[in-house]
Write a protein that binds this ligand. Structure first.
Ligand SMILES: [Zn+2]
Ligand SMILES: [Zn+2]
Ligand SMILES: [Zn+2]
Length: 832
């Protein structure tokens, strides 16, 4: 006889772990118990030694798909002569942290039941089990039990209750468990635009009595089916439908109808930004897009994000042009809730599926809010009465070079923590930057990086940020003592951090934007040694008061030295230039003294009357013309210069178009004059650059030693234009030159510092061509390359980087203080 006590940590609650253990113990005919505690799952198992060992050996390997085991601890104990195996009541341990599973896409077993006419949940739009369904979006508190979720308003019918209580059942303690008789149901509302269009049942906002009454299955099923048929008919008639999904509303319409897509864009005020598609099946996706094995895994996995896929050359051209005008890639996903599955199967074609919001506001989650805000966009609203507690956008990923690159991290990923190699020195909150905002709460070895919240530019977005932050503090029991923030004084996140720190007497730590980028990439890999950090993005506040974004830093977790930076150029009009790359191009040409080049006439001809003179005068007088070393803006300028895009439909869209039209980079090489040059900064910068706008001298570490000069490259592009070299080839040469430059600067820095690890971060590395080529070059030179894996390389990872820098700095501070204290003590002893 042998007995083991086992403690399992990670995401092991609400994912069917206890029934799994129960069934496994029964299989091996072992006795003991299993119990959920707030610090994980505890198991005691006893029986013949050989069987106990087999149980221990397979426990981890066969764990349920939704679980994520972080650690299993075994200890041998004395057998207690248990007679059977049972599941014990949870014990809540005060102050202990519970992990919460992200929401999971419809699992295979539930899908089979959904489509099986004989099953009692056939065609039930809210079918789920412990392996799939909503989690994070419905949790209001922990421990994760039905009364702590938005499912508490739905008392289970006898059949559901029996499943829920049966340890051998797939729905044992599945908190959102429900059926036609007892669970959430659909409602169709024809919005305010067209109230008389249909005689169908109209939803009356939130007037229904709670708890809901139990209903007749056949009637409910017929009612539900007729709603789905009506919605599908509306979609076929080019109507726009707002659909209440998992983490918020989505707006959908027929992807094959130009008329419908145009209408959606106009009503939503969303021009240009590509729209995501949902296809009924993987087979349909393959008709339109190139899909690798890894990409298929992403499309069909439990997270089921939007995957950016290359369009097939031979794809049918029946998709509406304005879905992703002129772009080589499409954002594609598969149905991830039973409701999506039912609608898509019935529609039998691709749907545009975009977030349900007005331009840049947070997505709607609430029925009443949706009726208010979305009825101006949608012709009909497909609603349901399971409340969404947490807002959760669709995640976006892309596969590059055999690895998954996160672009937007939300549904299916958050709030799973990012593990840290060291425990936090104190509970730390990183508040992020402004664009693609997230926050990070770091305590113990877990950094809980929030889901994508959106651009923190409106009060609505800030409210959503505050609510989500408060929820994370509550759910994960973290009360920050330190707040880390961006250096940009005007960011709402910075101001918010300031206020919070003042109110609650917290320690404030300011972290430079690009340093945060680099340290996030390092920390994801547990890397603590110095690196050469290449941070290329659109905008980040520099310590000299200018806008940085083309930075090579020699950095560790505490500090950085600005090794090289793109030669700064004027950005006439600031944010106006971000919206109009043609302006940025003029700023660049002015700086490089290339406005007189004959090829600039193509650009100048396209400008409005006296636009050029206005811009030049702005630059000349230094009027609202910040200087920038941003690589993102250089991409914009080149895109405008060669005629790809004069205006940006959204930040960085010109760079996306530039990438999209480029020829494959290939091994062909480029003419030698297409290159950046590297110059000692001291020879090219004037002394006044050493004074920040606040009148204080710029710290020495923030002054670049080298400037990366694009003059030769831009001249070569203009010369090539004069020789009628095609745009696609110009774009290829430009991408090639940027990657080559990164390789050269990194090699030089490596030679000078002896550091051979390079961290790549910043939004520019979402560019597939640039990223692939840069990786190849650096690996070829024998460098170790670190980049974000779990988190996006864009500003979605800034909060994480900030928290990591703050941790490292405080840890060092404490170390130094301790050293000094000891030194003083020793000195006293010597004197004494
Ligand atoms: Zn399931
Ligand atoms: Zn039921
Ligand atoms: Zn950035």
């Amino acid at each position: 006889m042998k007995a083991l006590e086992i403690h399992v940590t990670g995401i092991v609650q609400g994912v069917g772990f206890r029934p799994y253990v129960y069934t496994l113990a029964k299989t091996y005919r072992l006795a003991g118990w299993v119990r959920n505690d707030s610090d994980g799952v505890h198991i005691v198992i006893e029986g013949p030694a050989q069987l106990v060992d087999s149980f221990a050996a397979v426990l981890e390997n066969k764990a349920p798909p939704a679980s994520r085991i972080e650690h299993v601890a075994f200890s041998t104990i004395d057998p207690c002569d248990y007679t059977g195996f049972e599941i014990l009541e949870s014990e809540s341990i005060e102050g202990e942290r519970t992990f919460i599973s992200p929401d999971r896409a419809l699992c295979e077993e539930c899908e089979t039941e959904l489509l099986d006419g004989g099953d009692r949940r056939a065609r039930y739009p809210f079918i789920n089990c412990t392996n799939c369904g909503p989690r994070f979006t419905i949790i209001e508190d922990i421990p994760y039990d039905r009364p702590a979720t938005t499912m508490r308003d739905f008392p289970m019918c006898d059949e559901c209750a029996t499943e829920y209580a049966d340890p051998a059942n797939r729905r044992f303690h599945a908190q959102p468990n429900a059926c036609f008789v007892c669970g959430p149901r659909l409602y169709l509302n024809w919005g305010e635009l067209d109230p008389h269009l249909s005689g169908s049942w109209t939803w009356s906002p939130l007037k229904e009595k709670v708890p809901r009454p139990h209903r007749n299955r056949e009637e409910e099923m017929a009612r539900s089916n007729s709603i789905i048929l009506e919605v599908v008919e509306a979609l076929h008639e080019d109507k726009i439908v707002a659909l209440k999904g998992l983490g918020g509303f989505q707006l959908c319409c027929n992807a094959r109808s130009e008329k419908a897509v145009e209408k959606l864009r106009q009503r939503k005020h969303r021009y240009g930004k590509p729209l995501a598609l949902m296809f009924p099946t993987l087979k349909d996706v393959v008709t339109y897009c190139e899909v690798s094995e890894l990409e298929a895994d992403q499309l069909c996995g439990a997270a089921r994000p939007i995957v950016l896929l290359r369009r097939k050359d031979e794809a049918p051209d029946d998709l509406a042009y304005s879905i992703a005008p002129d772009l080589a890639e499409l954002g594609v996903m598969l149905p991830y809730t039973p409701l999506h599955k039912l609608v898509l199967d019935e529609f039998a074609g691709p749907l545009v599926m975009t977030s349900g919001n007005m331009s840049d506001e947070p997505i709607c989650t609430d029925n009443t809010e949706a009726l208010e805000k979305l009825s101006a966009i949608a012709d009909a609203l497909l609603l349901h009465d399971r409340a969404i507690f947490s807002r959760y956008d669709d995640s976006v990923v892309r596969v590059i070079d055999g690895r998954v690159q996160m672009i937007r991290r939300a549904r299916g990923y958050a709030p799973a923590p990012v593990r840290s190699i060291e425990p936090a020195i104190a509970p730390i909150l990183g508040v992020g930057a402004e664009q693609k905002s997230t926050f990070a709460l770091f305590e113990g070895r877990d950094a809980f990086v929030s889901q994508h919240i959106g651009d923190l530019e409106s009060t609505e977005a800030l409210e959503s940020f505050e609510q989500t932050e408060a929820l994370y503090e509550h759910l994960f029991r973290i009360k920050p003592q330190v707040v880390a923030h961006d250096l940009h004084p005007e960011y709402l996140s910075t101001k918010w951090a300031d206020l919070l720190a003042n109110q609650e007497q917290l320690r404030l730590v300011g972290v430079q934007h690009h340093h945060a980028h680099i340290v996030s990439a390092m920390a994801e890999h547990g890397y603590t040694e110095p690196v050469i950090g290449v941070a290329l993005d659109g905008t980040g506040y520099g310590e000299d008061g200018t806008i940085w974004g083309g930075e090579v830093l020699v950095a560790d977790r505490m500090r950085y030295q600005r090794y090289a930076a793109l030669r700064p150029f004027p950005l006439p009009g600031g944010s106006a230039a971000v919206k109009r790359p043609a302006r940025t191009a003029i700023g660049l040409l002015f700086e490089l003294d290339l406005l007189g080049h004959p090829s600039t006439r193509f650009l100048l001809q396209r400008l409005a009357a006296d636009e050029e003179s206005t811009i030049i005068s702005m630059i000349g007088h230094g009027l609202n013309t910040p200087r920038t070393s941003s690589m993102g803006r250089l991409f914009d300028a080149v895109a405008a210069l060669i005629g790809v895009a004069d205006d940006a439909l959204y930040e960085g869209s010109a760079a996306v178009e530039l990438e999209s039209i480029s020829k494959p980079l290939g091994e062909l090489g480029i003419p030698p004059q297409f290159r950046f040059t590297l110059a000692e900064a001291a020879q090219t910068t004037s002394p006044e650059l050493h004074i920040a706008p606040n009148g204080r001298p710029v710290p020495a570490y923030a002054l670049p030693r080298y400037l990366i000069d694009p003059e030769l490259l831009v001249r070569a592009i203009l010369d090539a234009m004069a020789n009628n070299i095609e745009t696609a080839e110009l774009s290829r040469r430009f991408h090639f030159a940027v990657a080559t430059m990164i390789g050269e600067v990194a090699t030089k820095a490596a030679r000078e510092t002896g550091i051979t690890t390079v961290a790549l971060a910043g939004g520019c590395f979402m560019n597939r061509l640039l990223f692939q080529r840069t990786l190849a070059i650096l690996r070829d030179k024998g460098m170790l390359v670190l980049c974000n894996d779990t988190l996006p390389c864009n500003d979605g990872s800034i909060s994480h980087g900030q928290a990591m820098v703050a941790h490292a700095r405080l840890a060092e501070e404490i170390r130094l203080a301790e050293q000094q204290r000891r030194a003083e003590e020793e000195a006293r002893e010597v004197l004494g």
